[in-house]
Design a binder for this molecule. Sequence first.
Ligand SMILES: Cc1cc2nc3c(=O)[nH]c(=O)nc-3n(C[C@H](O)[C@H](O)[C@H](O)COP(=O)(O)O)c2cc1C
Length: 353
Amino acid sequence: MTTLFDALKVGRLTLRNRVVMAPMTRARADDSGRPLPIAATYYAQRASAGLIISEGIFPEPMGKGYVHTPGLADAVHVEAWKAVTAAVHVAGGEIVAQLMHAGRISHPSLLPGNATPVAPSAVRAEGTVYTDSGMLPHPVPVALTEGGIAAVIQGYAAAARRAIEAGFDGVEFHAASGYLPMQFLSSGTNLRTDRYGGSATNRVRFTVEALQAIAAAIGADRLGIKISPEMAFNDITDHDPMQTCTTLVDQIAPLGLAYLHVAPAARQSEYHHELRKRFPGTYIAGAGFDAGSAAAIVASGGADAVAFGQLFIANPDLPQRLREGTPLAAADPSTFYAGGEKGYTDYPVATAA
Ligand SMILES: Cc1cc2nc3c(=O)[nH]c(=O)nc-3n(C[C@H](O)[C@H](O)[C@H](O)COP(=O)(O)O)c2cc1C
């Protein structure tokens, strides 16, 4: 019977266990998008994960969605990330960079020259965005031209190359949580009438082409993708999310990707069942798992590995705690994006508790 503590080959990577740290924005970078030295401490503390997926990182300045989020948009970012990846490697871990383009979930105050955010279509997201001037409404985004789409895709490929230069072991393409790729995937935000909009096949094209470009840049065997079916976060709606997701996975199945990471917001077992059987690479299930449900899905073959979010914030030694049945600490949401060490690098390991 497969357990969470068995090794796993994931494309080019070999994980020492199947307990994955989910990508989590922690808003502790400096204003220019450089991760600070405490990020190296935070990730190294969690290096006993089979794989760490980094917080969302903007691939180009127009992809930034929140204050104090980090980038991989230039050489300065690359140098800063080298300290983080080296600390994880010294601690025996593996870390991939999650490339996150926020698309319409941004604000001119976060973008170069106060530019208007870009999106598949000029559809404004309900809600507000946290800026240095407080909470402000999302503006109506500018619809990308086909040339603009090609440039964004090349921006991802360039950032993926930088990720490898910075010492990351691979890249995760963030197509979840209502950011740019999911804005293309979803019928409520993609009103295009060209080959990037309309049918599910057209709506998945942006993601497929981006994955092809990143794979050409760094190799498909160290590239993964995350999706979050039925996640309404960031005002995303789709008239048939199951059809969109199955179409997407059918299209990416031949690409030879390292993994597919699925964190559904509803109908979890239905999505895992439908999508796992369509994807030939490693399947990582995420969202809402605890010790029992994670062990069960891996034992049954329903997933190869499990991603843990909040539990990895509060339990830096999560694999050991799961293995030994040690009680798990709960994360404090008030410190998720608060900056500083509190709620970031000060959660103790079990033996020191
Ligand atoms: C503080 C916080 C920040 C997050 N930031 C990201 C992110 O940058 N990229 C992403 O794909 N998911 C992000 N997520 C979602 C997590 O990756 C994960 O899917 C979610 O927390 C559900 O898993 P859990 O129930 O184990 O926490 C974030 C979650 C939390 C709690």
